[in-house]
Design a protein around this ligand. Structure first.
Ligand SMILES: [Zn+2]
Length: 261
């Protein structure tokens, strides 16, 4: 049994579950681990833009290059991978994040194995995020197999592997990386969200990040997407009878997991 100890490089800061997580942790470093180019912008783009605007440094890791995401028979998977990686670079820049890292797996071919977990462990040890955002892979309703698998692999990378010396020992002995465990994970796409990020102030940035994925957006426009979000917000406001208990109307929802320090 491995204890949830504090690794030697970290300063132990107890997290109060009753106070806002992002406000307590930052500004610091965050890492987004997703399956496909555009996942980040769809599910956490507002949160990333908000973190960047508050002085956080954000890294985006993308496991596949989305090389099956087309209905055009004239496009090869290799061509599509190049286009989609470039779109993700542009989107990351718009959100204010660092240049994305690609693992280069095939779209629809992610496997929840030691290789994928080891690659995520390496990024965590290299970049040392306090906060990680990924898919909630621990529930069967998560809609795409790649999303479930990257969510599970990322969770397994964080606990226990990245903070224990004997997992991926070549990274420790050879590359001289140090163990690291983030303070918290925010799982997107969860059936049981318990943490909401108000993204109203950065909604336009999220939409522009999404629109950078030209090959996937089917001619949608900034005004069209903003209108969709406004309609969704109006519906939320009506459903909550104008009360505050339903949370912010422009928001991204997460299930939160905090690790003891
Ligand atoms: Zn996806």
């Amino acid at each position: 049994m491995t204890s949830q100890r504090t690794s030697s490089q970290q300063v132990a800061r107890p997290i109060d579950p009753d106070r806002d997580l992002i406000a307590q942790l930052g500004p610091s470093r965050a890492m987004v681990v997703m399956a496909h180019p555009d996942d980040c912008e769809f599910v956490v783009g507002g949160t990333v833009a908000l973190l960047c605007s508050k002085g956080w440094e954000v890294d985006i890791v993308v496991a596949t290059s989305g090389n099956k995401g087309t209905k055009d028979p004239a496009v090869t998977p290799q061509q599509l991978a190049g286009v989609r990686e470039e779109e993700q670079r542009r989107a990351s820049e718009i959100l204010g994040a660092n240049a994305p890292v690609f693992f280069g797996f095939g779209d629809g071919e992610l496997v929840d194995d030691d290789e994928l977990r080891g690659l995520v462990v390496r990024q965590i040890r290299l970049r040392r995020p306090e906060l990680v955002l990924t898919f909630d892979g621990l529930q069967p309703v998560t809609n795409h197999r790649d999303h479930r698998r990257i969510g599970i692999s990322t969770y397994d990378a964080i606990y226990p592997a990245s903070d224990d010396l004997l997992y991926e020992p070549d990274q420790i002995g050879g590359e001289r990386l140090s163990p690291h465990r983030p303070a918290a994970i925010l799982f997107a796409g969860s059936a049981a969200p318990d943490y909401h990020v108000d993204i109203e102030s950065v909604l336009q940035t999220k939409v522009r990040g999404l629109l950078a994925h030209t090959s996937q957006m089917g001619g949608r426009t900034e005004e069209g997407l903003l209108e969709m979000w406004r309609n969704r917000a109006r519906q939320r406001r009506e459903d909550s009878d104008g009360g505050d208990e339903a949370g912010p109307v422009f928001r991204e929802d997460f299930r939160r997991q905090i690790f003891r320090r």
